[in-house]
Design a protein around this ligand. Structure first.
Ligand code: ADP
Length: 526
C-alpha cells in the first residue's frame, strides 16, 4: 500500500500517463487497461473491471478487467445486466446495488470483501462503470472516491472519443459505399477544379481510370464534343457559385452535352455541380454528379420520330376522306351511282385504316405501360387463318404470286385468334409492301410435338444483318428509299413480337440483302 505523501504524486503520474495514452490515440482497450491498473493500484484494490454501455442495446458489458478469470466474465455481464436493468426501478436503492455488487464480488472470488463503483460519465450521460474490489473492508474515504472519479472521468473521455471515431468511420464507410455503388458518376473537385476523387460509375462513363484522372484539372477529363449551354468555367467567370444561407438550397449548376470519352467515343451526359463552402464561406469543394442521359435522349428522339410518323400516317387517310367527301358534296356536280359507291368505299377503307392505326397505338402504349397483353385463349387453327389472310391479300396485289405451304394435319394451338391473325396479316402485308417488284410470297407452317412454327417468305429487297434486331423495336423503320415511300408506322413488328412473346413464343427473321426475307414465329402447342 502506498504511503500518504506519495499519493498525489502517483495519482498525477497516472493521470498524465492516461491522458497521454488518450491523446496519442492508443486503442480503447489499451487506455481502459491503464485506467484500470491506475485505479486498482491507487485504491489498493485486488480486482477491478470496467464495463461499458453498448449504445445499441444499452446493456453494460465488461470491457477490461484485472484479477478475473476470463471464464466468469459472461456471468459478471449477466449480473451487471440485472443490476443496470433494476436500478431505475429501485430508484438508486443503495442496499440493492450493494447486494448486487457483493454477488458479483463473490462470483469472482470469495475473499473479496468490499467494492467501490464509479460511473463513467460524459456530459452527464453514463457511458460505463468502473468497479474496484478490495479483499478487506475499510471505510471508503473521500480520497478513494476522488481518485477513482478522476480515472473514471478520463476513461469516459476515451470511450467518448472512441465512439466518435467509430461513428465517423462508419459514416465514412457508408459514404464510400454510396460513392462506389451509385449508378450516377461522381467527381469531387477542389476549389481550383482539380480532381480529388471519381467513383466507379464515372470511370465507366468517361473511360478514365481513377488513378489517371485524380489530380488532373477537370477540363482535362471533361472534354465536350458538343455542349448546349455554358460550361463550368463560363459559369465561374460569371460569378458562380454564390454562397447562400444554410437554410437555402445550394446554388447548383447544370451542364449537358456530348462528352468526349477518353477512348474517343461520345456519350450524352448531364452534370450537376454542387458547391461546398468551408466555415469562412470560401469555396472548398465542388461535387459533380454525372448522369448518363443517352436513354433519355433516345426517348426524346423516339418521341420526335413518333410524332412525325403518326402525323404523316394520319394525314394520308384524313386527306383522302376529306377529298372524296368534299367531291361528293359538291353542289355543282352530279355523280352516277357507281362513282358514289367507289368513293364511299375509299372513305370506308381509309376510316378502317385510321381505326387500325389508333388501335395499334393504343396497344403499343399499353404494352409499354405494363408489358402485358391479355390473351383470350381458344383453340386456334393457324393454317386456316393463314389461308383466309392470303385470299384477302391476293385480291389486293396482282404483282405477287401467293403460295400456301402447311404440313398436313396441322394441329390446333391454344392462343388468341384475333391477335395471331394480326401477326400473320402484318407479316404478309410487310412481305407485299417491301417487295414492290413482285415475286412469290409463301406462308407455311411446320410442327413438332411441342410447338408450331409459321413462316412468311418474300423475294423482296431483304434486310441487312445489323437491322434485323432493330426492326422489332417500337417505331423503328429502316432508313431506306423503299421504306420512305412505303406507308407504315414501325409498330407492326413491335406488336407482333409482343403478341408472340405473350404466347410464350418467339419471332425472328432470316434475310440477306437482295435475296428476300423470311420471318418465323414459333409458339408452344399448349
Ligand atoms: P412498318 O411496316 O409499319 O414500317 P413494321 O414494324 O412492320 O413497320 O416493320 C418495321 C420495318 O422493318 C419496316 O419499316 C421495314 O423497313 C422493315 N421490314 C419489315 N418487313 C420487311 C420485309 N418483309 N422486307 C424488308 N423489310 C422489312
Amino acid at each position: 500500500m502506498l504511503t500518504l505523501p506519495d499519493f498525489p504524486v502517483r495519482q498525477r503520474d497516472f493521470l498524465l500517463e492516461i491522458s497521454r495514452a488518450i491523446t496519442s490515440r492508443l486503442d480503447l482497450t489499451e487506455v481502459l487497461k491503464r485506467v484500470l491498473h491506475a485505479s486498482v493500484v491507487m485504491t489498493a484494490g485486488r480486482v477491478g473491471l470496467i464495463a461499458l454501455r453498448n449504445p445499441d442495446d444499452q446493456q453494460f458489458n465488461v470491457r477490461a478487467f484485472t484479477g478475473i478469470q476470463q471464464e466468469i466474465v459472461p456471468l459478471i455481464n449477466e449480473k451487471l445486466h440485472e443490476l443496470m436493468n433494476d436500478v431505475p426501478k429501485t430508484a438508486l436503492h443503495y442496499d440493492y446495488i450493494e447486494s448486487k455488487l457483493t454477488e458479483i464480488a463473490s462470483s469472482i472470488d470469495e475473499g473479496l470483501r468490499q467494492s467501490v463503483a464509479m460511473p463513467l460519465l460524459f456530459d452527464k450521460s453514463p457511458m460505463g462503470l468502473l468497479i474496484v474490489f478490495r479483499s478487506y473492508e475499510v471505510e471508503v474515504t473521500r480520497n478513494d472516491v476522488q481518485i477513482l472519479q478522476s480515472f473514471a472521468d478520463q476513461a469516459a473521455i476515451a470511450v467518448h472519443n472512441a465512439q466518435l471515431y467509430e461513428n465517423i468511420n462508419r459514416e465514412r464507410q457508408q459514404l464510400r459505399a454510396i460513392l462506389d455503388y451509385s449508378g450516377d458518376g461522381v467527381m469531387i473537385l477542389d476549389a481550383n477544379l482539380n480532381i480529388l476523387q471519381i467513383n466507379r460509375s464515372f470511370e465507366y462513363m468517361s473511360a478514365w481510370r481513377a488513378e489517371d484522372a485524380v489530380s488532373l484539372h477537370q477540363d482535362d477529363v471533361i472534354i465536350w464534343a458538343n455542349i448546349e449551354h455554358n460550361d463550368l468555367q463560363d459559369a465561374i467567370q460569371q460569378g458562380w457559385p454564390q454562397k447562400r444561407s444554410e437554410s437555402e438550397a445550394s446554388d447548383t449548376l447544370y451542364v449537358e452535352g456530348e462528352l468526349q470519352r477518353r477512348d474517343g467515343m461520345e456519350v450524352s451526359i448531364g452534370i450537376t455541380y454542387a458547391p461546398l463552402f468551408n466555415e469562412d464561406g470560401k469555396l472548398a469543394n465542388i461535387i459533380a454528379n454525372v448522369r448518363d442521359i443517352t436513354n433519355f435522349r433516345k426517348a426524346q428522339e423516339m418521341q420526335n420520330v413518333f410524332i412525325s410518323t403518326v402525323s404523316h400516317e394520319l394525314r394520308t387517310p384524313v386527306t383522302l376522306i376529306k377529298g372524296y367527301a368534299s367531291t361528293l358534296t359538291r353542289e355543282d356536280a352530279q355523280w352516277d351511282m357507281n362513282t358514289v359507291k367507289q368513293s364511299l368505299e375509299v372513305i370506308e377503307e381509309e376510316a378502317d385504316r385510321l381505326t387500325e392505326l389508333i388501335e395499334d397505338l393504343l396497344t403499343a402504349s399499353k404494352i409499354q405501360a405494363d408489358r402485358n397483353i391479355k390473351l383470350n385463349l381458344a383453340d386456334v387453327r393457324l393454317d386456316q387463318i393463314a389461308k383466309h389472310s392470303l385470299e384477302r391479300l391476293r385480291v389486293q396485289s396482282t404483282r405477287h404470286e401467293f403460295v400456301l405451304s402447311f404440313q398436313d394435319n396441322f394441329p390446333t394451338v391454344s392462343g388468341d385468334a384475333k391477335l395471331l391473325r394480326q401477326v400473320i396479316d402484318n407479316l404478309l402485308t410487310n412481305a407485299i409492301k417491301y417487295s414492290p417488284s413482285g415475286g412469290t410470297i409463301t406462308i407455311g407452317g411446320r410442327y413438332s410435338g411441342e410447338s408450331v412454327t409459321i413462316f412468311v417468305r418474300d423475294s423482296g429487297e431483304g434486310i441487312a444483318e445489323e437491322e434485323q434486331r432493330k426492326i422489332f423495336e417500337r417505331f423503328y423503320r429502316i432508313d431506306s428509299k423503299l421504306t420512305s415511300k412505303t406507308q407504315g408506322t414501325g409498330l407492326g413488328l413491335y406488336l407482333s413480337k409482343a403478341i408472340i412473346e405473350a404466347h410464350n413464343g418467339n419471332i425472328s427473321v432470316k434475310s440477306h440483302i437482295g435475296h428476300g426475307s423470311t420471318f418465323y414465329f414459333t409458339i408452344p402447342r399448349n
